[in-house]
Design a protein around this ligand. Structure first.
Ligand code: AMO
Length: 440
């Protein structure tokens, strides 16, 4: 059967805008068939668009015979012209009595994933059919929250005199150490995809003082976990005339602001995700534990030994998350475990002015006070077995009056995982990139 063209049909409303004031008026809606039922003389089509859904009612004798015989299937793309009618039993107390239905596109009879909400299909199959999957109520809620979080970050930082920067994602040298880089061919040269905005945000601190960037970053990590991606979306902040303590304060206030904001604007979505009682505004200040205190806690409470300077294992973090389920900072990490740009304490050079922000077991953010003296930065590069010559263009910027500065990087995908109560970080991203997924 041939399909209809849109012709002069244009949406007059979204489903959410069909309010009782419109009763008796003609409207044109467009969307997807979420459900349909045939009761003999009566047929219902539930039309879903990006906001909500509406019932289209076809009653034999009320609509034309041709229209009554129209066939639809799950997730078909249609437009409907009709009159808004009050009907108490319909969802929202309103139904649409159609005068015309345009079938714009069809779907295969058997959809690859369950769209009724009765069963949850396997995540990989859902990702293979992502646009279909994204139409589920749960996914719509996740991505409305994600959008609002990003909006809220911008609002908070702009209000606090931060300048939004945009830095290159094709770069010449590593920022977070030599590993985990994706090499690319840049004409005749080798280049890399940026792991973070680190060096540029530091440089721009000496111009715009407080800066932030919301952008992708690329990590060539072959980790198959529920919290790692190869393409991440991060918030980078950097503050001039500041140290770690100022950044800790900024972050806890920002997190409070964001959660307040999404509770205000996206409570319905939190309800869809059953998170309305879990994603609550946290008290500040967040607890601060030193790395030393944490490894002692891990040793005494869970009998897991972490040598000073070692990473904390996933198992230890999981256990930690059980006793510290909220937001907290782990500060003062060993110098050996932190990148060259993080400053060691003057009086205890084995420790750095650095931190991670945790939510339970999950690391959301890391950051710290930076080295802003050029000679010292060169020394730190050498101590990390990095060649200052490959950082020449970065180091030059430290000749022009670089202020003391500090900052942090927040993994937005991980933050969404926490806020939406998701089990797997891939659920928080429209098109996740993992070692074994490059499509869609
Ligand atoms: P870091 O490498 O810790 O720090 O990254 C910052 C935050 O980004 C998130 N993140 C990831 N999320 C998902 N998958 C990954 N593979 C992944 N890698 C990192 C985490 C992490 O806390 N330049 C520093 C920040 C700074 O000092 O300002 C940096 O990039 O939530």
């Amino acid at each position: 059967m041939s399909m209809d063209e849109m012709e002069d049909f244009r949406k007059t409303h979204y489903t959410k805008d069909i309010i009782p004031e419109l009763i008796g008026k003609e409207v044109i809606l467009g969307g997807w068939v979420q459900n349909y039922r045939d009761l003999g003389g009566l047929k219902f089509i539930i039309l879903q668009d990006k906001f909500a859904e509406r019932q289209i009612t076809l009653k034999k004798g009320v609509v034309s015979n041709d229209l009554f015989d129209v066939k639809v299937g799950y997730q078909w793309n249609i437009m409907v012209k009709g009159i808004v009618k009050e009907f108490k039993k319909a969802p929202g107390g309103i139904e649409i009595i159609p005068s015309q239905i345009k079938i714009l596109n069809k779907t295969p009879q058997k959809l690859p994933i369950d769209m009724t909400g009765e069963t949850v299909s396997e995540l990989d199959i859902r990702l293979d059919n992502r646009v279909l999957d994204l139409r589920s109520k749960k996914n719509q809620a996740i991505f409305r929250i994600r959008s609002e979080v990003i909006n809220s970050i911008r609002e908070f930082l702009l209000k606090n005199n931060f300048t939004e920067i945009t830095t290159p994602k094709i770069i010449a040298s590593a920022t977070e150490g030599g590993t985990e880089l994706f090499p690319i061919i840049y004409f005749e040269e080798e280049a890399f995809l940026s792991q973070s905005a680190q060096l540029y945000k530091e440089q721009l601190c000496s111009v715009f003082e407080n800066v932030f960037e919301i952008s992708p970053a690329f990590r060539a990590e072959k980790s198959h976990t529920k919290r790692h991606l190869c393409e991440i979306f991060t918030l980078d902040v950097e503050m001039a005339f500041a140290n770690m303590q100022d950044v800790l304060k900024l972050l806890e206030e920002m997190i409070q602001f964001i959660i307040k904001d999404i509770r205000e604007k996206r409570l319905d979505d939190l309800k869809i995700l059953n998170m309305e009682n879990k994603t609550i505004v946290p008290k500040i200040p967040f607890p601060r534990y030193t790395y030393k205190e944490i490894i002692e806690k891990i040793s005494t409470e869970f009998n897991i030994n972490v040598e000073f300077g070692e990473d904390i294992s996933t198992e230890a973090y999981r256990k930690l998350g059980e006793v510290l389920p909220g937001y907290y900072f782990i500060i003062d990490w060993p110098t050996s475990s932190k990148p060259f740009y993080i400053i060691p304490y003057k009086d205890k050079p084995e420790l750095t002015e650095s931190f991670d922000l945790q939510k339970g077991y999950l690391e959301l953010t890391s950051g710290g006070t930076r080295v802003h003296n050029k000679e010292y930065l060169e020394k730190r590069l050498e101590e990390k077995d990095l060649n200052p010559i490959s950082f020449e263009s970065h180091l030059r910027m430290f000749d022009f009056g670089m202020p003391p500065h500090a900052g942090a990087g927040l993994g937005i995908d991980r933050f969404i995982t926490v806020l939406c109560g998701l089990d797997d970080i891939r659920e928080a991203v429209m098109y996740p990139r993992t070692p074994d997924r490059l499509t869609p």
